[in-house]
Design a binder for this molecule. Structure first.
Ligand SMILES: C[S@@+](CC[C@H](N)C(=O)[O-])C[C@H]1O[C@@H](n2cnc3c(N)ncnc32)[C@H](O)[C@@H]1O
Length: 504
């Protein structure tokens, strides 16, 4: 039977936070030994048209991917996309999550993004059943869902718009009429009325949405937020325990609890579920991306520096100075996106950040980073050649803190792209395919990138590894019937390289 996702296609995406690179890294940081990303089994529930799973399958040829979805039209698109890329390690199946049994197989990573809050209670239960019965003993489950108290804000808008369109059966007309009312209500202003300001902001939010996304989200027949503690109670009934949030940043607590006789009794960070619940109250959280594992697994939350062993680090921070001084006692500054900045006089950190900034967005294995930081710091006059274990520990602790602040990225596997220009540059097969019909592609960091310039898009489609710079310039000029400078070609290819689009 056709579903609402057959009637109105959902604009599916890739989600970097669901990639085994990220799930495996979080599991390792919390003391688990998850399956190696290069040889793992991944199941996605409600995979839509495979936009999330296909790029993973392409970049991890020795891993196996299975996606299931109820919408036949979406599954068809996904299966055709996988076939066009000649992928042998992925299966996109037209299947109800309710029909998955233990015999369906065991998986190291199970992803349910954008499913849980939009399905009936029985399917929500089944998501947990699948995690319990189909997740490998050291496996990691990812479930995203809408949460209270932020969910109450969304309900304000949802209930008004559902009421307004209650007699309109046609999806396109419902979207149009809902957005029209939202626009009207977002403009309407009362003086000195803070409650209305809140509502206006919510209406303005839905106006920024892709219309079909809005239809399947705020206007969906089911959209049921839960409190985090309720979600975890349900998970624990199914033999699952809390591992972490997919974004480590999201787990960071408030700077300090208020002091004094009037201070409320707040849960301690040791009382994890309660502590996280209160973080939601504090932040008015409306969405979570929770990682779960079997409750028999030992999760170690001490976050010791040894946890970074075997993991791969990247950082966009760059030294302010062209010639940073790696010696003791000299403070150096590092800056990155969104005006992030840090200052440190710790030689190991100065060397490590300089090295990582020089190769970003590529990453480096922690052990290599240690070794290379040591020789870089040694080259500047310190006793870096002979670092005691304590320095390695301090560096790891600092990098973990930067990870919590989103200034360092950690993956379970190495970068699968090059930031260098090879003799015959090659854009990823998926990027070349996606740029045939649009201006958005999924890069090799599993992130969406927009290539608004039509010439740059054409260049990347020609960059299939068979042409050197001269041939690229000649063929691009012929296709555009215009003169193209070598400088332009190099500029666009460098930008693609830094956008993690070129394969090594
Ligand atoms: C909101 S979309 C999310 C799609 C994709 N995961 C994403 O986040 O872009 C929900 C998807 O779940 C699928 N779905 C809903 N109920 C399902 C069920 N019982 N079994 C399998 N798929 C289901 C829908 O068809 C739809 O493709």
């Amino acid at each position: 039977m056709p579903t609402s996702y057959d009637e109105v296609a959902y604009p599916s995406h890739s989600f970097a936070q669901t990639h085994p690179d990220r799930l495996g890294a979080m599991a390792t940081i919390f003391g688990m030994t998850p399956a190696p990303v290069e040889r793992c089994r991944v199941l996605e529930l409600g995979c839509g048209n495979g936009s999330n799973l296909i790029p993973m399958a392409l970049s991890l040829p020795d891993s196996r991917f299975v996606g299931v979805d109820l919408a036949a039209t979406q599954v068809e698109i996904g299966a055709a996309g996988a076939a066009a890329l000649e992928l042998k390690n992925i299966e996109i199946r037209h299947l109800d999550v309710m029909d998955i049994r233990r015999e369906f197989g065991e998986f190291d990573y199970i992803i349910a993004h954008g499913l849980y809050s939009w399905v009936p209670p029985a399917v929500r239960e089944q998501v947990f059943d699948v995690l319990r019965q189909n997740l490998a003993p050291n496996g990691v489950g990812y479930v995203s869902y809408n949460t209270f108290p932020g969910g109450h804000m969304r309900r304000l808008v949802r209930e008004i718009l559902l009421y307004h369109t209650r007699d309109i059966p046609d999806p396109k007309e419902r979207i149009r009429e809902s957005l029209s009312l939202a626009r009207y209500l977002s403009m309407w202003k009362h003086d000195q009325d803070n409650e209305r300001d809140l509502l206006r902001a919510e209406f303005a939010r839905v106006l920024g949405y892709d219309p079909s996304h809005f239809y399947h989200d705020d206007l969906a027949g089911i959209n049921s937020p839960v409190y985090f503690h309720e979600f975890m109670k349900q998970a624990s009934r199914h033999g699952l325990q809390y591992l972490a949030e997919a974004d480590f940043y999201e787990m960071q607590g408030p700077p300090a609890a208020p002091q004094g006789p009037e201070a409320p009794r707040l849960p301690s960070p040791g009382d994890l579920i309660e502590f996280e619940q209160y973080l939601d109250f504090l932040r008015c959280r409306r969405f979570r991306q929770t990682l779960l594992c079997h409750d028999g697994v030992t999760v170690d939350r001490t976050l010791g520096p040894a946890r970074l062993r075997g993991l791969y680090l990247a950082s966009p921070l760059r030294p302010v100075s062209q010639t940073p001084d790696f010696g003791y006692g000299k403070v150096e500054g590092f800056t990155g996106p969104k005006n992030s900045e840090i200052e440190t006089d710790f030689p190991a950190a100065k060397a490590a950040l300089t090295l990582l900034g020089g190769i970003y967005p590529s990453n480096m294995r922690f052990e290599d980073l240690l070794r290379r930081s040591r020789s870089l710091a040694a080259a500047g006059q310190t006793n870096g050649d002979d670092w005691p274990e304590q320095i390695a520990q301090e560096l790891a602790a600092m990098l973990l803190k930067m990870y919590a602040a989103n200034a360092v990225e950690i993956a379970a596997g190495p970068s699968r792209f090059t930031v260098e220009l090879s003799e015959r540059p090659q854009a990823s097969r998926l990027v070349r395919q996606q740029l045939e019909t649009g201006d958005v592609a999924v890069n090799l960091l599993h992130r969406q990138v927009e290539i608004p310039d039509a010439n740059a898009r054409l260049l990347l489609r020609l960059a299939d590894g068979t042409r050197d710079l001269a041939a690229l310039r000649c063929d691009l000029a012929a296709a555009l019937q215009a003169e193209i400078s070598e400088e332009d070609i190099i500029k666009n290819l460098r930008s693609a390289a830094h956008g993690a689009i070129l394969v090594a």
